[in-house]
Design a binder for this molecule. Sequence first.
Ligand SMILES: O=P(O)(O)OC[C@H]1O[C@H](O[C@H]2O[C@H](CO)[C@@H](O)[C@H](O)[C@H]2O)[C@H](O)[C@@H](O)[C@@H]1O
Length: 253
Amino acid sequence: MNLPPPIDPARHALFIDFDGTLVDLVDDPTGVVISPEAVERLGQLQAACAGAFAVVSGRRIADLDHFLQPLQFAAAGVHGLERRDQPGAPVVPLAGPEGLDSIRVALGAGVVAEPRLRLEDKKTALVVHYRGFPELQEAAIRLVSAAVGEEPGYAVMKGDNIVEVHLAGMDKGKAIEALMAHAPFQGRQPIYVGDDTTDEFGFYAVRKLGGVSIKVGDGATEAEFRLASVDSVHRWLGVARREASQQQGETQS
Ligand SMILES: O=P(O)(O)OC[C@H]1O[C@H](O[C@H]2O[C@H](CO)[C@@H](O)[C@H](O)[C@H]2O)[C@H](O)[C@@H](O)[C@@H]1O
């Protein structure tokens, strides 16, 4: 396994995916857990990087804030359809929920007809989940494809045991490029860490920007480096935090 280099908080901008990267995957999307100690460590790393630390996720930013409370991070949510350039700044939505109304109705009917499929409504995106029922992957893809039909302007994304639809135009790579255009990210070397197929957009973008791309777990990828698991991600982030505190101590003494 090609292990990633250590983080240099003075020089790097960190972009980190959430599900499957900072938290282990579970059946119920509302049931993911991150320990208060891990959140505290992320906050220390955020401070060491002078705020150049963003969570880049398919989740809504409000949900990321809930899981990562009491902290807030710069963030790209719903694959870049929501963005917050720094903690405390307003969340800017790049699309509203209205465009998905007819698809919402069709998917709602689909999950009633096949109750092993579950529908997650993120307002600006709809997700059909089939975790626990791999045999339903094709049914989930067919359901979403039929609901979208020939309508232009939608992106259908296949993720880890999910099929997701939202308005086309954004992805995690474009979100990283947009964040990199401003302080505190601008001028730093980007690092992106993610585990899923939708993270490939992020890997591609940071490679184009001369950055460091890190895939979590197995599977084909455009990323240059790998970490084995969520635990390895936290260990790697923790090492960077410890080195940053040591450097701070040396500067002060
Ligand atoms: O970009 P991410 O932060 O990785 O978010 C991607 C999707 O994450 C969630 O689904 C995934 O995690 C669930 C909870 O562990 C799991 O049940 C599901 O199978 C995974 O695909 C979330 O529910 C989606 O909305 C996100 O798009």
